[in-house]
Design a protein around this ligand. Structure first.
Ligand code: SAM
Length: 275
């Protein structure tokens, strides 16, 4: 019953939320602490250049992949460290299978790539002999996600390129981050610009708003404490801390134009040291 109530609240709560467009305008116009020279309009133009990295070359050689050009530098920055060893990757959103083939070519050849999609037609893009698998179900269904994790996980990388609806982004993140993402893993959500389109916001709060709050959770150890509580060998230093699961396991969050990256690593007690 409680689960159902939560679901209904999440589904229909967006009716009372502020329009996402308004939120951006408010942030830009009433960012009270920012001087005008940082908020005045400047003009941006097109770039004639294409991304200069190997992943873009792989992308450009295939058809049936749909990615924004500026994502390739971000993928390269966050995914390159995973290339030297076989990994397990879960991509939400298969479409025509092009991105699954792209990841297969980019990562170590023994890597396992799993795509999930709600569309049954996507099953045809499985290439089991190359460890590229497709499972059909909704990213908004925690039981389906748990079954995919049981069959193939835990994963080094989860990439959410599914419906881009905030309800789905939330359910996928909350279902996968703890149990389906490995220590040292990377959880990436793309096409975050859709969080600024009312058509895609179906939760009381957008996913990007939630991610901004998670920035605060990164700093949970410091709440109500002082620097000496973390000072090396100081009498008032704490030796252990009880933190929320996210506060303890979020090592960093990176925000880009349309992409958020959550870096999972169990925190050690922060230490300050003076020499
Ligand atoms: C943007 S496309 C994926 C593109 C693909 N990753 C690529 O780069 O070429 C989004 C996909 O998400 C799928 N999708 C929509 N709603 C979904 C849901 N609730 N669960 C899983 N997949 C969903 C759509 O069927 C579609 O194939």
């Amino acid at each position: 019953m409680r689960k159902l109530l939560n679901k209904l609240l999440l589904k229909f709560g967006y009716l009372i939320t502020k329009a996402p467009r308004l939120l951006v305008e408010q942030s830009i116009e009433s960012a009270g602490m920012l001087p005008e020279h940082l908020t005045e309009k400047v003009t941006i133009g097109e770039s004639a250049e294409t991304p200069d990295n190997e992943l873009y070359e792989i992308f450009a050689a295939d058809t049936n992949v749909h990615k924004w050009r500026h994502y390739f530098d971000i993928y390269t920055r966050h995914f390159d460290p995973y290339r030297s060893k076989p990994i397990r990757m879960l991509e939400i959103g298969v479409f025509r299978g092009g991105s699954l083939r792209m990841w297969k070519q980019y990562f170590h050849p023994e890597s396992l790539i799993v795509g999930i999609d709600i569309d049954r037609n996507c099953q045809q893009y499985e290439i089991a002999e190359q460890q590229v698998y497709v499972r059909i179900g909704s990213q908004g269904d925690p039981d389906f996600l748990a079954a995919v994790n049981k069959e193939f996980g835990p994963f080094d990388i989860v990439l959410d390129d599914g419906s881009h609806k905030t309800y789905h982004q939330l359910i996928s993140f909350t279902s996968l981050f703890r149990d389906a993402l490995k220590e040292g893993g990377c959880y990436m959500v793309e096409d975050m610009h859709t969080n600024y389109w009312t058509s895609h916001v179906d939760t009381p709060q957008s996913f990007i708003e939630l991610a901004k709050q998670m920035v605060d959770m990164l700093h949970e150890p410091y709440l109500g404490r002082k620097e000496i509580n973390f000072r090396h060998k100081h009498a008032e230093a704490v030796t252990e801390l009880a933190l929320s699961y996210l506060g303890a396991n979020l090592n960093g969050i990176a925000f880009y134009d349309s992409i958020i990256v959550f870096d999972k690593r169990l925190k050690k007690l922060p230490k300050s040291e003076q020499r």
